[in-house]
Design a protein around this ligand. Structure first.
Ligand SMILES: [Zn+2]
Length: 336
């Protein structure tokens, strides 16, 4: 299986000024996450690394109205600076939609935990290019299953705002790229609901979105991810949420997963995109499920039965001791 990567080094490595201290740092989106995954996969000769291609900026700008804001803010910073928005005007402020100054970032970002540093734009663009390269390999029939080692993650970045460590939505960008070649289903298995992805396609029936995640009544992102969100207007019936309680183990997880798989089968997509987060592991510092490393192989084997050209994009997963093995188990389950 091809592992697609690009810029997976320390270029986007914020100091996280709002989360000082080594313990807090461990649970953030550090570059070590990618290194851990890559090191583990490179021990297995069935996986080979390739570098992502560079795609036109318009594939990002057409989806993300805050593209220029992120790029301009990043370019305005010095090497060791990081910028967090800390004023959020709210939807009711009636402000002009185009506001691009760094200090007005609260219009584009949902939170104060998604910093921009000097190279954030380059790395976020490269992360989207990684997903697009995978989409191209599927579209042209050169590969049947590929893994895009994306960082930063993308699934909390939506059509209005970014946030939650995410800048550009990698899966949504890949899906938009694929829909001229067939219907697309995106399944999000990160512990946190894929609110950005859902919002991108809430009105669009050409992309089916599904997410299996911690109950948003008690887990981020709180405002979205409930079972009654099923799509809007003509897209009614093309979104499926499976919120599960804290402590969910494999047995109960598979019950939810089976419902999701049934919904995707009924939709009959040409392509499948999996937003693969591993913060569902029992030892993850910010997740709340009780999945174990080997469980990811079981989950992947079920998803592989959908038998579609599949793009697997990396999302969350923050325990460096189990992340590499979890990703490996998942990919192994998919192809074996
Ligand atoms: Zn997550």
């Amino acid at each position: 299986m091809k592992i697609i990567e690009k810029y997976n080094d320390s270029l986007h490595n914020p100091y996280w000024k709002y989360q000082l201290g080594p313990e807090a740092y461990e649970v953030k989106d550090t570059p070590q996450r990618v290194k851990t995954i890559k090191d583990r996969l490179c021990q297995d000769s069935r996986f080979s690394l390739i570098t992502a291609e560079t795609y036109p900026e318009r594939l990002i700008t057409r989806l993300h109205p805050y593209h220029d804001y992120i790029r301009n803010t990043a370019e305005s910073l010095k090497d060791n600076e990081e910028f967090f928005p800390d004023l959020f005007p709210g939807e009711g402020a009636g402000l002009p939609r185009r506001v691009d100054a760094p200090l007005q970032g609260g219009l584009w970002c949902t939170d104060a935990v998604t910093p921009i540093v000097r190279r954030t734009y380059d790395v976020a663009k490269a992360s989207a290019d990684t997903a697009l390269t995978g989409a191209d390999l599927l579209r042209t029939g050169r590969e049947r299953v590929v893994y895009a080692l994306c960082r930063p993650s993308g699934h909390h970045a939506g059509p209005r705002v970014f946030g939650g460590y995410c800048y550009f939505n990698n899966c949504a960008t890949a899906a938009e790229y694929l829909i001229n070649s067939g219907r697309v289903a995106i399944l999000d298995i990160d512990y946190h609901h894929g609110n950005g992805t859902q919002e991108f396609f809430a009105h669009q029936k050409s992309v089916f979105t599904a997410s299996i995640h911690g109950d948003p009544a008690v887990e981020y992102p709180y405002f979205w991810g409930y079972a009654n969100e099923t799509g809007i207007g003509q897209a009614k019936g093309t979104n499926h949420n499976e919120p599960l309680p804290k402590g969910t183990d494999l047995e109960h997880y598979l019950q939810g997963l089976n419902r999701v798989i049934d919904a995707i089968s009924a939709y009959n997509p040409t392509f499948l995109i999996i937003a693969a987060g591993f913060d569902t592991h029992e030892n993850d510092p910010i997740g709340g499920f009780a999945l174990q490393t080997a469980d990811y192989a079981t989950i992947a084997r079920r998803l592989a039965l959908l038998n579609r050209p599949t793009l697997i994009c990396q999302e969350g997963g923050y325990n460096l001791d189990v992340l590499g093995d979890s990703v490996h188990a998942f990919l192994d389950g998919f192809i074996s």
